[in-house]
Every structure is written in structure tokens, then in C-alpha cells.
Design a protein around this ligand. Structure first.
Ligand code: APR
Length: 235
């Protein structure tokens, strides 16, 4: 094989070994919180304080975690493949970037970013939002977490459609396949001829759509797969 265009979709499972809780596992975030109380536009209208506290706590927790070998392996793959690799992540943490990846699309937004509901500006944000700080752009106190809530449209969907159509290999890592549109990417890529591979702790809800599935911890599976791919590919 000479070159291959790879699109990787990641979910909460890739950050689990770093200590970031997943959503739907036994000890996941949605066991302790109701989605409709913290992750919808309606929840924010009803109680911005509740929503801010939820995301402020998660933003603060990010400081205590580090990328794991799965993130590092994807950064290594990008160094080797360059533009031939794109990571689409559903995660709002910044562990891909901290591992060294640069070609990352955060389709569900980012914890370390605040979005102004008044001027629509986006600002790098490492502090709490619960005290309603003014927007650095317009001064209005309408900053919300720059994350995509249930009922909102994920970011970068046009670009993602183009990238999926170009992909020769689509790899899904650490996602339950329970949430659309990301859960449909495997079929989209497959329709355009991509080979598809799942790397997950257990079979995802969409596991039947993958040509191949490997089950285990991302910290083991991803470095193995990256080494295997790089032994077959040259730029
Ligand atoms: N290695 C690999 N996979 C793992 C690991 C691990 N160490 N630990 C858990 N997993 C798997 C679980 O088996 C599960 O299938 O990761 C998956 C995590 O699934 P979810 O908790 O549903 O997370 P995700 O798929 O990213 O959720 C999608 O739902 O709530 C929304 O917006 C939120 O982006 C999120 C979206």
C-alpha cells in the first residue's frame, strides 16, 4: 500500500484510561446526571447555574488528566500521514491536542472554549462561567459553554461529509454508536467505498457495520493498530 486517506472518529472511550468519565458506561456521566438537566438548550434556559456548574466542574477536572497511549498513537499517525489523516472527535476534552494532534475536528465543541450568545464570538476559556463573566469581545454577560447540546446541530458537518466521502479507511475508536449523526458516519464512509474498523472496549451499537472490529482497551488497541498501519503505508 502506498498512501491511504484515513478518517478516525473518537468518542469518550479513548479518554477513559486518562480518567475522563464516559457517558453510558456503568460509572458514566449520564448515570449521575440527567441529560435533560444539563445538556440541552432548554436546561440552560431553565437554570444556567446548574448547567454552568456541570461544565465548570468538567473543565476544572481536565487540568488533572493527561493524554494516554491511544491519543499519543494518533498524534504519531498524524506526523507520518500528514493531511491524509483527520480525527473527528465527539469529545470536548483537549487530550488529542495535548498529545500533539493538530488535524482534529471537535464536532461537539470544546470545554476550553466559551461561546458568546450576544456576539457569537468564541473565546479560549479556562475559568468558570458560573459567575457570568463578560464576553472579552463585546462585554455582554452571555457566555455559554461552547459545546453542542442535545437538540443542537454538531459543528463542521459539511466538511465532515466531504472527508467521509474521501476516506479510504474509517476507524471508530471508543464510542458506543448511540448518538447520531456520528453513529451514522460508518455507513456514510462505507457507501463511498471506505474500509471500516471498530476499536472499542465492547461491540458498539453499530458494530455490524464495520468490516472488522477489535475489542479491548484503546490504550492497547490504538498503538497496535497505528504500528500495523504504518508498517504498510508510505507517504
Ligand atoms: N477503551 C476503549 N473503549 C472504551 C474504553 C476504553 N478504555 N472505556 C470505555 N470504552 C467504550 C465503551 O464500551 C463505550 O462503548 O467507549 C464507549 C463510550 O460510549 P459513550 O459513553 O456513549 O460515549 P460516546 O460514544 O463518546 O458518546 C457520544 O453522547 O452524551 C453524548 O455528547 C456526548 O459526545 C458524547 C456522545
Amino acid at each position: 500500500m502506498t498512501r491511504v486517506k484515513v478518517v478516525v472518529l473518537t468518542g469518550a472511550g479513548i479518554s477513559a484510561e486518562s480518567g475522563v468519565p464516559t457517558f453510558r458506561d456503568a460509572d458514566g456521566l449520564w448515570e449521575g446526571h440527567r441529560v435533560e438537566d444539563v445538556a440541552t438548550p432548554e436546561a440552560y434556559e431553565l437554570s444556567p447555574t446548574t448547567v454552568h456548574r456541570f461544565y465548570d466542574a468538567r473543565r476544572a477536572a481536565l487540568r488533572a488528566v493527561d493524554p494516554n497511549p491511544a491519543h499519543t498513537a494518533l498524534a504519531r499517525l498524524e506526523r507520518e500521514l500528514g493531511d491524509d489523516l483527520l480525527v473527528i472527535t465527539q469529545n470536548i476534552d483537549d487530550l488529542h491536542e495535548r498529545a500533539g494532534s493538530e488535524r482534529v475536528l471537535h464536532m461537539h465543541g470544546e470545554l476550553r472554549s466559551a461561546l458568546c450568545r450576544a456576539c457569537h464570538g468564541r473565546h479560549r476559556w479556562d475559568h468558570d462561567l458560573v459567575d457570568l463573566p463578560p464576553c472579552p469581545g463585546c462585554g455582554v454577560t452571555e457566555l455559554r459553554p461552547d459545546v453542542v447540546w442535545f437538540g443542537e446541530i454538531p459543528y463542521e458537518m459539511d466538511r465532515i461529509a466531504v472527508e467521509l466521502a474521501r476516506a479510504e479507511l474509517f476507524v471508530s475508536i471508543g464510542t458506543s454508536g448511540a448518538v447520531y449523526p456520528a453513529a451514522g458516519f460508518v455507513r456514510q464512509a462505507m457507501r463511498y467505498g471506505a474500509r471500516t474498523l471498530e476499536l472499542n472496549l465492547e461491540p458498539s451499537e453499530g458494530t455490524v457495520w464495520f468490516h472488522e472490529a477489535r475489542h479491548g482497551r484503546a490504550g492497547d488497541l490504538v498503538p497496535e493498530w497505528v504500528s500495523e498501519l504504518l508498517s504498510r503505508v508510505s507517504r
